[in-house]
Design a protein. Structure first.
Lengths: 131, 362
C-alpha cells in the first residue's frame, strides 16, 4: 500500500523502519484483526524502537499488569519466559464486545501469567507479571 | 425508449455499490446487503415487485408502514444491550441532552430549503443517529422519503468513525484527549437492573406517549434479558426476531429505492442535511463534554461527548480508540459506553417527543 522506508538514527545506531500509512477507518480494522505493529528490518546491534505512540513509563516500575477494564481474556500473546519490550502486545481483552490489545508497560521477562484464555476478569485483577 | 430506463441502470449500480461497501468495507453489512439486493431487484423493469399485489409492496405495507419491523428490531436491540455501565454512572446521561439539540439545526435547515415541517422533522431525527427511530418517524411523517432517509441514516452510521475522528480531533486539544477517567466499579442491587426498563418505559411514556411503541419495545427486550428467567425468549429476540426483521426490512427498504422516487434532487438534499445533522450532533456533544470537563475540574474526557447520541456502540468504540491512539493506557470504553447507552435511550425519547408534539403543534 502506501509504504515508505525510513532510516532512523539514534546516537551512532541506525535502524531501518518500514512504515505503512493507513487511514483512520483502517486503524479500526487493524485493531479488530489484531495485526501487531512490528519492526520489519533492522541492522545488527541496533536498539529496538517501539513504534506504539509514546510507551507509558510506569513510575513505580512494577511489572504487575492489571485488567484496565472488566472483560474476557480472548487470547494470550506471550508465555512465561518470553522477553517483551514496552509496547508489545501481551494479550487481547474483550470488553463490551470490543477487542483490545493490552500492551507491556515496560520491557522485561514474563515471570508469571495468572489468567487463562476465555477467563472473565474483574477491573484491576492481576493478569501477569513482568520482571 | 431505452433512455426511459437510464434511472433504473443508475439505481442498479447504486445497489451494487451498497453491496460492494458492505462486503469490501464491512459497512453495516447486515443492512446494506439486503438493501442493495432489494434495490437491484426492484429496478428491473416490469418486475412488479412494488406494484399493487407485488411481494415487496406487501412486506412494505405490513412490515414498514405498519412500523412492525422497527419495533421488532428494537426488541432485539434491547435484549442485546447491557445498560450496566450506564447504571453505574447515570449522571453521564446528561450529556445526551445538548447533543440532541443538533436535531434542531438540521430541522431548521430543512425548513429553510423548502421541506414541509413533517418532512423537516423526519430529516432532523437523522441527527439522533439511530436507524430504527429514523424509519419509525419517517413511516409516520414522511413515508415518501423512507428510502433516502434510511439509506442516509445507515450509510452515515456505518461511516461514523470517518465522521467522528476528524471532528473529535479538531474540537479537542491533545491535553484533553489524554485525560483519563477514573473507573470505579459500583455495585448495585440486581433489582435496579430489573426495575430500570420498567421505570424508563413509564417515565418516558408519560413525557412522550407516541414514543411508547419504540421505547417500550427497546425496554421490553432489555427486560427479557434482565429478568433472568426467560432466557429462551431473550435469545430469540436477540437472534431470530432481530435477524428476520432486519432481513425483510432491508430487502423492502431496498425495494423502495425505485429510480423515479430516489433519483431526485430531494435525495441529495437529504444526504446533505443528514450529514449536517450528524456533524451538529457530534459537535454539540463534544462541546458540552468540554464544558462538563471544566465544571468537573478535568475529570471528563471531552472525547466521550461524541458518543452522546445513538450510533451505539460504534461511537463509543471510536471515542475509546481515539484516546488509546495517543495513550495506550487510557481506557475510556466503559465511560464511553455509558454515555452511548444513555444517548441511545435519549434518541428514542426524542423520536417520541417529535411524534407526540410536532403533530400537536401543526
Amino acid at each position: 500500500m502506501r509504504e515508505r522506508k525510513f532510516k532512523v538514527t539514534i546516537g551512532d545506531k541506525t535502524v531501518l523502519v518500514k512504515v505503512e500509512e493507513i487511514t483512520e477507518a483502517e486503524a479500526l480494522t487493524v485493531q479488530r484483526t489484531q495485526i501487531k505493529p512490528r519492526v520489519v528490518e533492522r541492522t545488527n546491534e541496533a536498539p529496538m524502537i517501539a513504534i506504539t505512540q509514546e510507551p507509558k513509563q510506569t513510575p513505580s516500575g512494577t511489572g504487575v499488569v492489571r485488567a484496565p477494564i472488566p472483560g474476557v481474556i480472548l487470547s494470550i500473546e506471550c508465555k512465561v519466559g518470553d522477553k517483551v519490550e514496552a509496547g508489545d502486545i501481551l494479550l487481547m481483552l474483550e470488553a463490551m464486545k470490543m477487542e483490545n490489545a493490552v500492551y507491556a508497560p515496560k520491557s522485561g521477562i514474563i515471570t508469571k501469567i495468572v489468567v487463562s484464555e476465555k477467563q472473565n476478569v474483574k477491573y484491576s485483577e492481576v493478569l501477569l507479571e513482568i520482571s | 425508449m431505452l433512455s426511459d430506463y437510464f434511472g433504473n441502470v443508475v439505481m442498479i449500480s447504486i445497489g451494487c455499490l451498497l453491496i460492494y461497501l458492505a462486503i469490501k468495507k464491512e459497512y453495516e453489512p447486515l443492512l446494506l446487503i439486503p438493501i442493495g439486493f432489494g434495490a437491484i431487484m426492484v429496478n428491473i423493469p416490469f418486475s412488479g415487485l412494488m406494484e399493487e399485489g407485488g411481494i415487496f409492496r406487501l412486506i412494505y405495507e405490513l412490515g414498514i408502514l405498519s412500523e412492525l419491523f422497527p419495533i421488532l428490531i428494537f426488541i432485539g436491540i434491547g435484549a442485546m444491550t447491557d445498560f450496566g455501565s450506564l447504571l453505574e454512572r447515570p449522571w453521564l446521561m446528561l450529556l445526551a441532552i445538548p447533543a440532541h439539540l443538533g436535531i434542531f439545526i438540521a430541522f431548521f435547515a430543512a425548513l429553510g430549503l423548502g421541506f414541509n415541517p413533517l418532512e423537516a422533522s423526519t430529516i432532523g431525527i437523522l441527527g439522533a443517529m439511530d436507524g430504527p427511530t429514523a424509519i419509525f418517524v419517517a413511516s409516520k411523517y414522511a413515508p415518501h422519503l423512507l428510502a433516502p432517509i434510511t439509506v442516509c441514516a445507515y450509510s452515515y452510521i456505518a461511516s461514523i468513525p470517518i465522521i467522528q475522528i476528524p471532528i473529535s480531533k479538531l474540537l479537542t486539544t491533545r491535553k484533553e484527549r489524554l485525560i483519563r477517567m477514573e473507573y470505579k466499579p459500583r455495585s448495585y442491587p440486581r433489582a435496579v437492573r430489573i426495575i430500570f426498563p420498567i421505570a424508563v418505559t413509564l417515565i418516558t411514556g408519560i413525557i412522550a406517549p407516541a414514543g411508547v411503541p419504540l421505547m417500550g419495545a427497546l425496554m421490553f427486550g432489555n427486560f427479557l434479558k434482565e429478568s433472568g428467567v426467560v432466557n429462551r425468549l431473550s435469545k430469540t429476540a436477540e437472534n431470530e426476531i432481530s435477524n428476520i426483521s432486519t432481513l425483510l426490512m432491508g430487502l423492502t427498504i431496498g425495494g423502495t429505492m425505485m429510480a423515479d422516487q430516489f433519483l431526485r434532487f430531494e435525495t441529495l438534499l437529504i444526504f446533505g442535511l443528514g450529514l449536517l445533522a450528524f456533524i451538529s450532533a457530534l459537535t454539540l456533544g463534544i462541546l458540552s463534554a468540554k464544558i462538563a470537563c471544566v465544571l468537573t475540574k478535568g475529570k471528563i474526557n471531552p472525547l466521550i461527548g461524541a458518543t452522546a447520541v445513538s450510533a451505539f456502540p460504534m461511537a463509543a468504540r471510536t471515542a475509546h480508540m481515539i484516546a488509546r491512539e495517543e495513550d495506550p493506557d487510557n481506557w475510556l470504553l466503559m465511560q464511553a459506553m455509558a454515555v452511548n447507552a444513555g444517548g441511545q435511550i435519549a434518541s428514542v425519547v426524542v423520536g417520541g417527543v417529535v411524534l407526540t408534539y410536532v403533530a400537536l403543534l401543526l
